[in-house]
Design a protein. Structure first.
Length: 232
């Protein structure tokens, strides 16, 4: 019996040596399950430039200087020829006209309108001869002269009307003068000649220039009547 007990004890110790000490076996932890999640593709975002504002402070009481540009007044080309002009003021009386054989020559207006449209359209010209006994006829000659070009009309002759004491008159309008259709605004130049009964010339004036103006018939234009004075 003792041998049997000793055999069992030896067998137990042998098994313990073979298998080692008896320790608790740990419980294995399950491995985590991998879940595949779809990752959304990145959405392209446009690159917007960042606006940068620079603020300029306003200085109270500070005046901004003003610069005035300077220009050169030196001409690019040299002028080698000069033209001299004589300027006559509008209120300056024209030079006197020679009136040989006449005491005086007067005119009632300095501006008239082109006839048959506006008034006044008639200017009265008066002439007084030196020798009323010898003078039998006094003739008035008139023509147009352009104000914008070197162009003149034809002379037209008129017999002036005697009033007595060597005085003659004539009421002149533009439609009585030749070439009236070709002039709308112009000077009316005139000249006066006196003759004997036989036709001999005893008096002649120079041409009166820039003394009488014909205006175009414009309702907005205003003629300037003046008091006529005898020509020396």
């Amino acid at each position: 019996m003792k041998k049997l007990a000793f055999a069992l004890l030896a067998l137990t110790l042998s098994a313990a040596c073979a298998f080692g000490p008896l320790v608790p076996v740990p419980t294995p932890t399950p491995a985590p399950t991998q879940t595949d999640t779809a990752t959304p593709l990145p959405t392209p975002t446009p690159a917007t430039p960042t606006l940068t504002f620079t603020f300029t402070p306003t200085l109270i009481g500070l005046k901004t200087p003003t610069f005035t540009p300077r220009f050169s007044l030196t001409p690019e080309a040299s002028i080698t020829a000069f033209t001299t002009f004589t300027l006559t003021a509008s209120n300056t009386a024209p030079p006197p006209v020679k009136t040989e054989g006449f005491i005086s020559i007067t005119i009632s207006l300095t501006d008239i309108y082109k006839a048959k449209g506006c008034e006044p359209s008639v200017a009265r010209i008066s002439a007084q001869v030196v020798d009323s006994t010898a003078a039998a006829y006094v003739l008035l000659f008139a023509r147009f002269k352009s104000k914008t070009a070197e162009r003149v009309g034809k002379w037209t002759k008129f017999d002036m009307i005697p009033l007595g004491a060597g005085t003659y008159i004539f009421d002149l309008s533009s439609d009585q003068i030749k070439d009236d259709a070709y002039f709308d605004a112009a000077w009316i130049e005139y000249q006066i000649v006196s003759t004997t009964q036989a036709g001999s010339e005893i008096g002649r004036t120079d041409i009166f220039k820039e003394r009488l103006t014909m205006l175009a018939c414009d309702p907005n234009a205003t003629p300037s009547p003046v008091t006529a004075t005898p020509t020396p």
